[in-house]
Design a protein. Sequence first.
Length: 117
Amino acid sequence: MIETEPPVQAENDENDWDGQGEAPDRSAMDIIRLAHRAVDKFPDLTKRYQKFIGAGAVLSSAVIVLATIAINKRLKDGDSIDKILAEITPEEIESAGKRSKWKPAKKEANKGERPQH
């Protein structure tokens, strides 16, 4: 039997959406929360994507969209939520909107050797 990770749990599913329009489904809200957790790890990234509205600063939705793209790419590759949060980088988040697929850094163990077929 294959064990799967429990989904990221919503704190309050009934009242989470206070925006206009149709509320995102539960899985979308889970990914958005995960994106916020990933972005919160990087204060410099957060500062670059801040908007100032009146006397307060808010985080631009653009960085959250990029983070959700980066996270979804990794989820599709089979990475766990814990692994994603531990390994994701600001560069990966910012480049997530580009067409090329993110690839992890190559290990230097086989440096200089010819690939085996």
